[in-house]
Design a binder for this molecule. Structure first.
Ligand code: 6PG
Length: 240
């Protein structure tokens, strides 16, 4: 694993850097393998990045879009990660509908939805049970508590290592989330972290020792590349 930590003066510079980094990795994946698979993060930080990607000329038919986590709400709900991404980006580009893979949030239970998404991922990658797909890019955010995707502190999802997708939980509300094995198999994992509220968790995640059940982002150790893109507000005082 190669780990790189890059700090930018403010959120706009951070988003511009993330835009360039992701474009570079998308084009490289397509040049090498004629396809690029991306698992997107949710939350608010990536929204301007997604809006910027709506204005790029890419071979959209060669790009497969997945999500790393989702709130268990309809796409029309204001909390939907898919709904946000669709509104600011995917509705504005000619990506084939079959290339966009939202997490199902309309099944009888979150567990059934997690099982179904696990199946969809395996089908898309042509994988047998037990194999782990190699995503080209997994984009992650980090919460003020050090969670990533919907892998929250002290939750059962942190221990799910035999599935690609499981049910997370935040404040009693179910979430769907990819698991650590899926994330850590990726060619490139990119964290996008902005704002002073992330300082404490970042320091704990970067500390030489610490409890991964308290700060789950500590468990992100991809096979190949781990790229931390931070703004100065989030990185203030950080020893990298
Ligand atoms: C989600 C996310 C989550 C997010 C962090 C940071 O669905 O909320 O995927 O992991 O990336 O909570 O969220 P912000 O970018 O809003 O700070």
């Amino acid at each position: 694993m190669t780990r790189e930590v890059l700090v930018y003066s403010d959120k706009q510079a951070l988003v511009e850097a993330a835009f360039a980094s992701i474009l570079d990795r998308i084009r490289s994946a397509i040049a090498q393998r004629q396809t690029c698979s991306i698992a997107l993060s949710g939350g608010s930080t990536p929204q301007p990045l997604y809006a910027a990607l709506a204005h790029v000329d890419l071979p959209w038919h060669q790009i497969q879009i997945f999500w790393g986590d989702e709130r268990y709400v309809p796409a029309s709900h204001p909390d939907s990660n898919y709904g946000m991404t669709k509104r600011v980006w995917l509705d504005l580009v000619p990506i084939p509908a079959e290339n966009v893979h939202p997490m199902p949030t309309n099944l009888a239970s979150p567990q059934l939805a997690a099982d179904e998404y696990d199946r969809q991922i395996r089908a898309n990658f042509g994988l047998e049970a037990g194999s782990i797909p190699v995503f080209d890019i997994v984009l992650l955010g980090m919460g003020d508590d050090g969670h990533t995707a919907s892998l929250f502190p002290h939750t059962a999802a942190l221990s799910v290592l035999d599935r690609l997708v499981t049910v997370g939980e935040k404040d009693g509300q179910p979430r769907l989330t990819v698991t650590f094995p899926l994330i850590n198999q990726a060619r490139s994992v990119i964290f996008l972290v902005s704002g002073a509220s992330k300082q404490t968790a970042l320091a704990a995640v970067f500390a030489l020792t610490g409890d991964e059940t308290i700060y789950p982002s500590r468990s992100i150790r991809p096979q190949d590349e781990l790229l931390w893109l931070l703004d100065a507000a989030a990185a203030d005082g950080l020893v990298t």
